[in-house]
Design a protein around this ligand. Structure first.
Ligand SMILES: [Zn+2]
Length: 122
């Protein structure tokens, strides 16, 4: 996977999980934290912030590790992947989150958000 794709995918998955957690887990105890993005063993000097409950944090870390270890140069859509790496349980959980947040956030909005982020960091 290219570095840029890795950053975009990491941020996308986080946005989706964050949105889901904000709306579905209001009453859980949450903690504001950041993950530092590491790609190919290299610190990208870039971090993402999140404020998630314990369960969603585990989902995020799981997805993040899977992204880091994705063997494909150009990551296929997980649904179409010839070698799916997610466990059944985690996959179901993430699929539910993606469906929930995806419908509400809309892809267009996410793309605009990323364009803005890129300009800021340039
Ligand atoms: Zn949550």
């Amino acid at each position: 996977m290219t570095e840029e794709k890795f950053i975009t995918d990491s941020e996308t998955v986080l946005k989706f999980i964050q949105y889901y957690c904000d709306h579905q887990h209001h009453n859980e105890e949450k903690k504001e934290e950041t993950i530092r993005l590491v790609y190919d063993g290299r610190d990208l000097k870039r971090s993402v912030e999140y404020n998630l409950c314990t369960e969603c944090k585990q989902t995020l870390f799981y997805s993040y590790i899977k992204l880091q270890t994705c063997p494909y140069e150009e990551k296929p859509k997980c649904r179409k992947c010839p070698k799916p790496c997610y466990g059944k349980y985690e996959w179901k959980k993430l699929a539910k989150i993606m469906k929930y947040s995806g419908m509400r956030l809309g892809l267009l909005k996410i793309r605009t958000m990323f364009k803005r982020n890129k300009k800021e960091s340039a």
